[in-house]
Structures are given as C-alpha cells and as structure tokens.
Write a protein that binds this ligand. Structure first.
Ligand SMILES: C[S@@+](CC[C@H](N)C(=O)[O-])C[C@H]1O[C@@H](n2cnc3c(N)ncnc32)[C@H](O)[C@@H]1O
Length: 347
C-alpha cells in the first residue's frame, strides 16, 4: 500500500484507538461516547452560542468557553478528517483492488448476497429450511426495490445499485447523500423522521436489509455493538437480513472464536446466521431475522453483550500507543493481530 494509503488508514485506526483508550481510562462508555460525538450535528448552533456568549465580561468564563469551544471544534475536525480519510481510502485505494480482484470486495459480496436472497429464491429456501410452524408473512418488495439501511455508511457505497432503496446514515457523513445520525442513540418509533440532513428517528419493522460494514469495531465496548444489533432486529422486517462485515486480514480460523461468539450473541437476539465467508481482508456474514423480539433478563443481556467482543477490547491502553509492538504480551496476541488492522494491502 502507498504511503498515502497508510496515512489514511492510520487516521481511521487512531480514532478507534483513542476511543478505546478513553473507555479504559474512565470505564464509563456513555460519557466517552457523548464526548466523542457531542455537537457533531449542530456545529451551527455551537457557533451561534459562542458568538452570543462572546460579550461575557468575566474573563475566566470566557477563557473556559473558548477552551470548550476549541475542544468541540477540534473534535469536529477530527471526525471530519476521519470521514474524508475513510472515503478516500475506500474509493481510491480499496477500489483499485475491487477492480483488479472483485472477490475481495465487501460491497460486491453484499450485493451478490442480496441478489441471491431477495431476487433469486434465497428467501423462500430459508423459509422452508426454518422448519417453523409459524405463518411467515410475505416479505414484500416495494416497487421491486430492497429497502436498505446502511449504518456507518460514510460515502454511500450501495447508492450505485438501482435495485436498492438505500437510506445511508453516519455519525459524521463524508457526502451529502448520507444523513447524519447517531445510530446508538437514535429513537425508534412508528415513523422515520428526516429533518434536512439529519435522521431524527427510525421506524421499526421497516427495512429488508441493514448493513453494518466495518461499523462494529468502531465502538469501544461490546455492549455498544450489542445495542446496535438489538436495534437492527427491531428495525428489520421479519425475514429481513442483517449484513455484518468486519475487517481481518488473517486466515479465517485465526479469529473463528470471535466470530462464533458473535454468532451466539446474535442468535439470542433472534438472528440466524445463514451465510459466512472469509474474504481476503474481511469476515462477511448474513443474519436472518428469524424470530420476533425475544425477552431477555438483565443478567442474560449483560452476558450476551459481552460476547460481542473484539480482541482489542483486552488491550492495556497504556500500551496502546505501541499496540503492534505490545501484541506479544497478550496470550491472545495472535488472535488480536488481525483485528488491529483495517485492511492494509501490500502492493
Ligand atoms: C470504518 S468506517 C466504515 C465505512 C463504510 N461502511 C465502509 O464499509 O467503508 C465506520 C463508519 O461508522 C460511522 N459510525 C460510527 N459510529 C456510528 C454511529 N453511532 N452511528 C452512525 N454511524 C457511526 C463512522 O462515522 C464511520 O464513517
């Protein structure tokens, strides 16, 4: 990979690493998350507030406000930089590989699975296989389009497919075709509400497909990943599909324990894994919403949420500046290595 590509990948990885460090320091994932994404969608409001408060006579207060403003502003810049780096990495560097070797592409994989499931009889096959007495509702495609919610979309990679009706959302979108939305905290209700460039709420039982492509490892805690999967279950139509793609450049077996653990957690939510494939740089999985909402006890939920771990969750953050160097200290270092890298391709 070129130096430019490596630099872009470092910007992306550093944001993930910083979140994990913050969580280790404070142990409070809620405040870490609020801090991370606070005010991202309301830069205009922040600027207005700041200008209004500039008349404040108390110098200390003004200094504190300036500092706060600087903090907020630097965070916004950080997330914007992340968005543009991720966009460039995917569309310039990874795209070259997609063209030369289409089998390596998570986008191609997702599209070919959706074609099979929704347009080539896959849905019917799985309905029969499920051996359920339940009367399955007919999953209807509106105008023959598959409704897709692409969470953490960044640059709307699925927008190119005419057969898909895609709602792309991201904490900090790289493009205007992607709506701003914090999926972790978005309210779910009867209708989807969009205001300008932001999604304010999402309707349950609405989507044929939800995509988490390179999303879950962004979160520093297993329970945040679990929350996303629970939300996906509520938002999907019955028999709908959750696609999860997670980066890993190692051989399939190296992280099979992690993938098994995710599968168990998702099964408890009501998702059945119906397709798994290891591509050169990613694990690709399709989960089918096979049951209506399950009622879980609080202690079971906690245990199940912990199953959504990734190896980096166990790093000592004081070592994390030199994460790669320090891997040898961990018993699961082998396992962890694959996940410390977003796909970094050797040229
Ligand atoms: C590694 S990028 C993946 C981009 C794209 N899906 C792909 O496969 O190339 C992860 C994206 O998830 C977004 N993200 C992280 N947390 C999110 C949240 N709570 N709600 C919405 N998007 C989120 C980030 O802003 C980032 O753009």
């Amino acid at each position: 990979m070129s130096n430019d590509g490596k630099n872009l990948a470092d910007i992306v990885k550093n944001v993930h690493r910083r979140l994990r460090q913050e969580l280790y320091k404070t142990g409070d994932m809620e405040s870490v998350w609020i801090n991370h994404c606070r005010n991202v969608p309301c830069l205009k409001v922040q600027l207005r507030l700041y200008v209004k408060n500039k008349i404040c006579v108390n110098f200390q207060v003004l200094r504190a406000k300036s500092y706060l403003f600087w903090l907020i502003f630097s965070k916004i810049i950080l997330l914007k930089k992340y968005a543009s780096s991720m966009h460039k990495l995917a569309t310039e560097h990874w795209e070259q590989l997609r063209v030369s070797n289409p089998a390596t592409s998570r986008i191609n994989w997702t599209w070919s699975f959706l074609q099979y499931y929704f347009f080539s009889g896959g849905l019917q096959q799985h309905r029969q296989k499920s051996n359920s007495d339940t009367e399955w509702p007919k999953l209807i495609l509106n105008e023959s389009k598959v409704t897709v919610l692409d969470v953490g979309s960044c640059y709307n990679p699925f927008g190119e497919y005419e057969e898909l009706d895609v709602l792309s959302i991201d904490l900090c979108p790289a493009l205007e075709s992607v709506y701003q939305c914090d999926f972790l905290n978005i309210p779910l209700g009867k209708t989807t509400v969009i205001d300008g460039q932001s999604v304010l709420s999402l309707a349950t039982n609405q989507f044929h497909c939800i995509v988490f492509s390179f999303l879950l490892e962004y979160f520093p805690s297993p329970s945040q990943r679990w929350t996303c999967c629970e939300k996906a279950h509520l938002l999907l139509l019955r028999e709908g599909i959750l696609i999860i793609i997670t980066p890993d450049s190692k051989a399939a077996h190296s992280n099979s324990k992690v993938m098994r653990s995710w599968r168990e957690a998702l099964s408890a939510i009501g998702f059945k894994r119906i397709k798994y494939e290891k591509l050169q740089h990613a694990h690709c999985m399709a989960f089918r919403k096979s049951s209506v909402e399950s009622v879980l006890k609080a202690e079971d939920r906690e245990l199940l949420a912990s199953k959504m771990y990734i190896p980096q969750d166990f790093y000592n953050p004081s070592d994390s500046e030199n994460e790669e160097k320090d891997e040898i200290k961990f018993t699961e270092a082998e396992l962890a290595e694959g996940f410390t890298n977003l796909p970094l391709f050797d040229e």
